[in-house]
Design a protein around this ligand. Structure first.
Ligand SMILES: CC(C)(COP(=O)(O)OP(=O)(O)OC[C@H]1O[C@@H](n2cnc3c(N)ncnc32)[C@H](O)[C@@H]1OP(=O)(O)O)[C@@H](O)C(=O)NCCC(=O)NCCS
Length: 198
C-alpha cells in the first residue's frame, strides 16, 4: 500500500519542531516509561502495565509493517533531540484505494503545545500524498476532548459510536470518525496522488 519511499528506515518526515521517524529498538525503554502513565493510556487500547516486552514486540511489528508497506508507524522526536521518542503516530491496515486507521499518542509532558496537531497535519498530508487511499478513519473516547478537537481541526467528521474491547478486559465506548481525501484541510489532502503506490 505505502510506496517504496517509506519501506526503509532512512525515511523521515520533518515538521517545524519534530522529526517523524521509524521506531528503533533503542526506543523501547522510553516507551515503557512514557506509556506507563495512566493519563496516556486512559483512552487507548495500549496494554497496562506496558512492559519492555510489549515495547520490543511493538517496535519489531511496526518496523516489519513499515518495511512491507502495509502500515506506517512513525515516532515523534524533538528536532533538537532526535534520539528521544515522545510519541507515536500511525496509519494502519491500509488497503489500496480503501481506508487506513489513524492512531497517535504523545507523552504527557508535551501535551498542549500543538505538537500532535503539527505531527498529524503533516502525517495525514503525507498519507494522502503518497497513497491512493480515499479515506482515513480514526476514533476517540467521548471525553477525549484533545483528540476529538485535533481530528476536527484536521477535517475529520464523526460517523457514529461503537464499543471496543479495552486492554484491561473491559470495554471502551468510542466515537468513530473519518477524513475523506477531499475533506482534508492540508496541502495535499484535497489533491489526487502524484506518486504511484504499490
Ligand atoms: C490526544 C493527544 C495526542 C493530543 O496531543 P497534544 O499535542 O497535546 O494536542 P494539541 O496540543 O495539538 O491540541 C489539539 C487540540 O486539542 C486541544 N486540547 C489539548 N489538550 C486539551 C485538553 N486537555 N482539554 C481540552 N482541549 C485540549 C487543543 O487546544 C487543540 O485544539 P485547538 O487547535 O482548537 O487549540 C494527547 O493528549 C495524548 O497523547 N493523549 C493520550 C493518548 C490519546 O488519547 N491518543 C488518542 C487516542 S484517540
Amino acid at each position: 500500500m505505502f510506496p517504496e519511499i517509506t519501506h526503509d528506515d532512512v525515511f523521515r518526515l520533518e515538521t517545524e519542531r519534530l522529526w517523524l521517524r521509524w521506531p528503533r529498538l533503542a526506543d523501547a525503554q522510553a516507551f515503557v516509561v512514557l506509556i506507563n502513565d495512566p493519563e496516556v493510556t486512559r483512552h487507548t487500547t495500549l496494554p497496562r502495565p506496558y512492559r519492555s516486552q510489549d515495547a520490543e514486540d511493538f517496535i519489531r511489528f511496526a518496523c516489519a509493517a513499515n518495511a512491507a508497506g502495509e502500515s506506517l508507524y512513525l515516532v515523534l522526536a524533538p528536532k533538537r533531540d532526535p534520539n528521544t521518542p515522545i510519541g507515536v503516530i500511525s496509519s494502519e491496515g491500509a488497503q489500496s484505494r480503501g481506508e487506513s486507521r489513524l492512531g497517535f499518542w504523545l507523552a504527557r509532558a508535551f501535551w498542549g503545545q500543538g505538537l500532535m496537531s503539527e505531527a498529524a497535519s503533516a502525517f495525514v498530508d503525507l498519507v494522502f500524498k503518497i497513497t491512493s487511499l480515499e479515506r482515513i478513519v480514526s476514533a476517540a473516547a467521548p471525553d477525549n476532548i484533545a483528540s476529538l478537537r485535533l481530528q476536527e481541526r484536521l477535517g475529520f467528521t464523526r460517523t457514529g459510536r461503537t464499543v471496543i474491547d479495552a486492554a484491561d478486559g473491559g470495554s471502551l465506548e468510542i466515537i468513530t470518525t473519518e477524513l475523506k481525501r477531499g475533506g482534508a484541510r492540508t496541502t495535499f489532502g484535497a489533491r489526487r496522488p502524484k506518486l504511484s503506490s504499490t
